[in-house]
Design a protein around this ligand. Structure first.
Ligand SMILES: [Zn+2]
Length: 88
């Protein structure tokens, strides 16, 4: 039988603002017919939208796309949390 001890601690969840994390969401669209992708662009949706329209213009049978928006989150200890001083 497994046993576990769980400590209560306060944490907050928010956008990751640490160095190296993208400042804005990434936008990307992928053709569901052939798998081609627009590639990800940070902060702006228009390049992915334009790519999808051009892709269909060049291959009229490819009209369905998977659009994704990716953002990065971070869980941070609140003041008083015993893990505040722990560096990951
Ligand atoms: Zn395609």
């Amino acid at each position: 039988m497994a046993r576990a001890i769980i400590r209560a601690a306060d944490w907050t969840l928010g956008l990751d603002t640490e160095e190296g994390a993208p400042e804005k969401p990434l936008h990307e669209v992928e053709c569901t017919t052939c798998g081609d992708s627009s590639g990800a662009t940070e902060g702006r949706r228009l390049p992915a939208e334009t790519w999808a329209i051009k892709h269909t213009g060049q291959r009229p049978g490819h009209r369905s796309f998977r659009a994704t928006q990716t953002s990065f989150w971070r869980v941070t200890p609140t003041p008083g949390n015993p893990y505040t001083e722990v560096t990951p």
